[in-house]
Design a protein around this ligand. Structure first.
Ligand code: HEM
Length: 351
């Protein structure tokens, strides 16, 4: 059989509806796994576990310590870092294990995502189920996943600096932002594979503009949120003195937006209000207008998720409950997902 015939045959197989569903389904699974990873990452951060594993070993590090001697070795390593010396002097092995497992799970889940991405990718390429033009892009996404791990290590390494008990907030922000960029890239690719044709949507250009504005506000609020967690700004929340209750702190805006904790709380909350208003307006426009069902469904989802996000944010602040903070972070990603789905549905919007 000539190369041209084989090439045409591959293109036909790759474009078939079943294969598109298969490939899109696989990418949706990867998105789901990244979302779970955001939850594990949030839990790791909020329990202060992130510095408990001191080496970066993508292959051998997949195995946890398997003997008492191995546990003592990793614990001895942990005892050399400032976090142990400043915060956890006298901690016993069980205390160390409680710190170790969340970080271990976080890294293990990262490796699993890599495998779930890589193995089917090779399988789909070999069997010709992926369109040739998509292959370089998918390979790039895989490389970006590897980079995400490297950024994670770059972040963790800052926590070993002298006198440091936590990672540098801007590196945490970089780690989370890169994860979101990767997540949206995989999600958009999955949607493109599943629904390749942009359906014409006359009269919805205005709604699309609102949706774009809402996504920009959402990304800014999420970015600002990373500094709330990274600097543990929640510690300065003090309603009796008006700190963290939506009022500009003294000297604002002539303060350092990335280190002044009261300003960090205020900025996140102000952006959150702006985002909530923009998203709710987008939802109302989608639900009241002549938008087709998928757009209306997305409208309903963004309205519900943004309200939940607001409630979770306030609860996380007031209660200081760790699990609520994690839920707040995971809901932010669901909200981003719903916004991206709406935008994807509005690709063909015209005036
Ligand atoms: C549209 C609304 C909101 C969005 C999209 C949003 C997004 C986020 C994100 C993505 C984070 C975590 C980032 C990271 O991984 O480090 C975060 C943290 C946080 N946000 Fe929000 N937020 C919103 C509203 C609010 C509101 C209204 C409050 C309180 C008044 C709030 C309080 C907090 C607190 C206390 C944290 C730290 C939680 C922790 O450390 O676990 N947020 N926010």
């Amino acid at each position: 059989m000539s190369d041209a015939i084989i090439g045409r045959r591959h293109a036909r197989i790759a474009a078939s509806v079943e294969n598109r569903r298969l490939v899109a389904g696989w990418l949706f699974v990867v998105c789901f796994m990244i979302w779970v990873m955001v939850g594990i990452g949030g839990y790791t951060r909020d329990t202060g576990s992130g510095l408990s594993i001191m080496n970066w070993d993508p292959i051998i590090g997949a195995l946890p310590p398997l003997s008492a001697a191995a546990w003592n070795k990793v614990f001895a390593l942990y005892k050399t870092i400032p976090q142990y010396q400043i915060l956890h002097q006298g901690m016993d092995l069980d205390g160390f294990k409680a710190l170790f497992w969340p970080e271990y799970l976080h890294r293990l889940w990262g490796r699993l995502i890599g495998i779930v991405f890589f193995v089917p990718l090779v399988g789909f390429i070999v069997t010709g189920r992926i369109e040739a033009r998509l292959i370089p892009w998918l390979v790039l996404l895989f490389v970006m996943g590897g980079l995400q791990g490297a950024i994670g290590w770059f972040m963790v390494a800052s926590g070993f600096d002298p006198n440091s008990v936590a990672v540098e907030p801007w590196r945490l922000s970089l780690h989370f932002s890169a994860a979101m960029f990767l997540f949206v890239s995989v999600l958009w690719t999955a949607l493109q594979v599943r629904f390749p044709e942009a359906v014409r949507r006359p009269g919805l250009a205005g709604l699309r503009l609102w949706a774009v504005a809402a996504v920009i506000c959402l990304c800014l609020t999420m970015f600002a949120g990373t500094f709330v967690s990274g600097t543990q700004a929640i510690k300065v929340f003090d309603p009796a003195h008006g700190v963290g209750v939506g009022m500009p702190p003294p000297g604002w805006p002539n303060v350092d937006f990335f280190t002044d904790k009261a300003a960090i709380l205020f900025n996140h909350q102000t952006l959150a209000v702006l985002t909530t208003i923009t998203i709710l307006t987008t939802a109302v426009l989608a639900l009241r207008g002549r938008a087709p069902k998928p757009v209306r469904d997305a409208g309903l989802a963004i309205a519900g998720l943004v309200l939940l996000q607001f409630v979770l944010g306030v609860t996380a602040l007031v209660s200081k409950l760790l699990d609520v903070g994690v839920a707040h972070q995971m809901d932010a990603v669901l909200l981003l997902t719903a916004m991206v789905v709406m935008l994807h549905n509005l690709r063909g919007a015209t005036r």
